[in-house]
Write a protein that binds this ligand. Structure first.
Ligand code: HEM
Length: 564
């Protein structure tokens, strides 16, 4: 009898499961623009096929861009990643990206982060500001904001200059030896040293070569990040438990080292606080409150509880990571674009001559920046600002992924008035696609044209009149390398100040020459060939790969020449 019932139930169960699968694959998201899904694999198979046709190790954004093109450039598109991940909606239009990033009645602190952000937990820690939501996040952001106030950032010029002088020494050595080197590694080490000094007043020695004692911390950190650049990194942890276990072990080693540093700094700060108190009691004017991330996180607590230690450790991990990797990538692409755009390089050098005088010596520029009016000089570089903006438009290193929980009814509207409910899907604002939108940037959407930003002093207002007054030429949401809305990048001003200082010290002293991917195509006499857009023609195109963020696939192999 029981056996008969089971025999009867089995086909019913199979029919139910098949109907559910069919519904989820072909009906549930059917109104979204998408490629044809397969019953078993959704869009995984077709994404895999696109990846095979693309360049080796190319960043997934490039695959998405090709899919969007083949679908006729819809403002959003659906990708069914089940059973490996959640369904995903890729946002290709700046109008929709704005609806995702701004506050709404539904989400007063902005659409929640996607659970896939937790893939990064070994790098940034579970308490990271990047992972926090709602009020909890707001309190943290409030605590760290003073560390990024414009006046405070200007006090960091000395530190940025000092670390850049070490970078200059390294370039000098490569110029003398004529050897090629991965520029991205050098810029990332430089920005790591800067962020280490700024966030916790520690010299990580990232710019020392391994043989001459590069810090142990950096080596561990490097090993951990390298584990995010492998082919399997696109897949979730449960598919590769051994990989996850190795990441976990490395992250624990990093945690222990950071915790030791925090304990030591906490003890030092207690002493300093005591001294400040005594000075104040004695009527002496003490120094202002420190605004580095470590001090802001400890908030003067006299006791370093386990919770405070863990919380501070994870914020430091986050700021160390978010504060160096992206800025290093920006610099690598920036020097590459300068190396193949002679008119841009000339304009950059002309602007530096006008601001700092004719002496290109990095030491002389440093002195000018450290003088009392150094701050003013940093703000007198509109052309270099445009170059930075344009590099970040074409090569955004990071993006954002959100998710509205199922049942919340989070709906966006396309420019032509269609509505789409995005509940339960990863919502990916794809800056790579949005920032190359031909309807916004015209025929030159894929070209490097810094001049398009000249005269644009806007800083993100959506108000049409204010835009006009600020000389805005493009809709505000169409440029979003730092994302927008309340959860935008807290370090964006710091990143662009760093970039300006480094360009100021380096761009007139050295010529960069790409080797390998993206190197210049030379005519018979060995001279580079200008194309109709004023850039040198290059051989096989250089592109980004994915290692948490988007970075040049070959590490940006370069040679460098010192100018007289
Ligand atoms: C070119 C350089 C940079 C780029 C392109 C960049 C990009 C971004 C983006 C796209 C986000 C949003 C991430 C998300 O929504 O999940 C973000 C957030 C963040 N960034 Fe940056 N970033 C840069 C530099 C920096 C620097 C220098 C720092 C720190 C010193 C920093 C610290 C952070 C932090 C802490 C957040 C999280 C903010 C929050 O959730 O409130 N970033 N960044």
């Amino acid at each position: 009898m029981v056996a008969n019932l089971v025999l009867l139930a089995l086909p019913l169960l199979a029919t139910y499961l098949a109907a559910t699968l069919w519904h989820r694959r072909f009906r549930q998201w059917a109104n979204f623009p998408q490629l044809k899904p397969s019953l078993l694999w959704g869009h995984l198979q077709v994404i895999h096929e696109y990846t095979l046709r693309a360049k080796p190790k190319i960043h997934i954004d490039a695959v998405f861009a090709q899919i969007a093109k083949d679908l006729g450039s819809p403002p959003l598109m659906y990708l069914d990643l089940r059973p490996v991940s959640y369904p995903m909606v890729v946002i290709n239009s700046h109008e929709i990206a704005e609806q995702v990033s701004r506050v709404s009645k539904l989400f007063p602190w902005r659409t929640p982060k996607s659970p896939t952000m937790w893939d990064l937990v070994r790098v940034i820690g579970p308490e990271s500001i990047l992972l926090r939501q709602s009020e909890d996040w707001k309190q943290l952001r409030k605590r760290f904001n003073p560390g990024f106030a414009p006046q405070h950032l200007m006090t960091l010029l000395g530190c940025i200059c000092d670390k850049t002088m070490i970078f200059v020494d390294q370039l000098e050595r490569y110029a003398r030896s004529g050897r090629e080197f991965p520029l991205n590694k050098l810029t990332i080490n430089l920005t790591f040293d800067i962020i280490g000094a700024i966030t916790m007043d520690v010299d990580f020695d990232a710019q020392q070569s391994e043989s001459s004692g590069q810090g142990e911390f950096i080596k561990l950190y490097d090993r951990l990040l390298n584990m995010y650049g492998t082919e399997d990194s696109r897949f979730p942890w449960w598919m590769y438990p051994r990989r996850e276990w190795r990441r976990y072990k490395l992250s624990k080693q990093i945690d222990r080292r950071l915790e030791d540093m925090i304990r030591q700094k906490h003890a030092e700060q207690q002493q300093q606080q005591q001294q400040r108190k005594q000075q104040q009691e004695g009527g002496e004017a003490g120094k202002g409150k420190p605004r580095d991330i470590l001090s802001l996180s400890l908030q003067g607590s006299s006791e370093l509880s386990r919770e405070l230690l863990a919380e501070t450790r994870d914020q430091l991990k986050t700021f160390l990571f978010a504060g160096h990797d992206t800025t290093g990538i920006l610099l690598a692409w920036l020097f590459y674009e300068l190396s193949r755009s002679p008119h841009v390089l000339k304009a950059v050098r002309g602007e530096l001559d006008a601001v700092f005088g004719p002496d290109p010596d990095p030491g002389a520029v440093r002195e000018k920046l450290m003088a009392p009016n150094g701050e003013e000089l940093i703000n007198k570089m509109p052309y270099i600002n445009s170059v930075i903006k344009e590099v970040l438009r074409l090569r955004p290193p990071a993006g954002t992924a959100r998710m509205a929980p199922p049942g919340t009814g989070f709906t966006v509207r396309t420019p032509d008035g269609q509505s789409f409910c995005l509940d339960g899907a990863i919502i990916y604002n794809c800056a790579t696609i949005i920032q190359r939108d031909g309807t916004v940037y015209g025929d030159t959407a894929d070209d490097f044209v810094p001049e398009r930003w000249l005269g644009d002093k806007s800083i993100g207002s959506a108000d049409a009149e204010q835009n006009e007054a600020a000389g805005r030429k493009f809709p505000p949401g169409a440029w979003r390398p730092f994302e927008r809305g309340p959860r935008n990048c807290i370090g964006q001003d710091l990143a662009t100040i760093e970039a300006r200082v480094i360009v100021a010290l380096v761009a007139r002293r050295y010529d960069f020459v790409k080797v390998g991917l993206g190197e210049l195509d030379l005519e018979e006499a060995g001279r580079p060939i200008l194309d109709e857009k004023g850039q040198y023609k290059t051989k096989p195109e250089l592109y980004n790969t994915q290692q948490v963020t988007a970075k040049p696939v070959d590490g940006m192999m370069m040679k460098v020449r010192r100018l007289a």
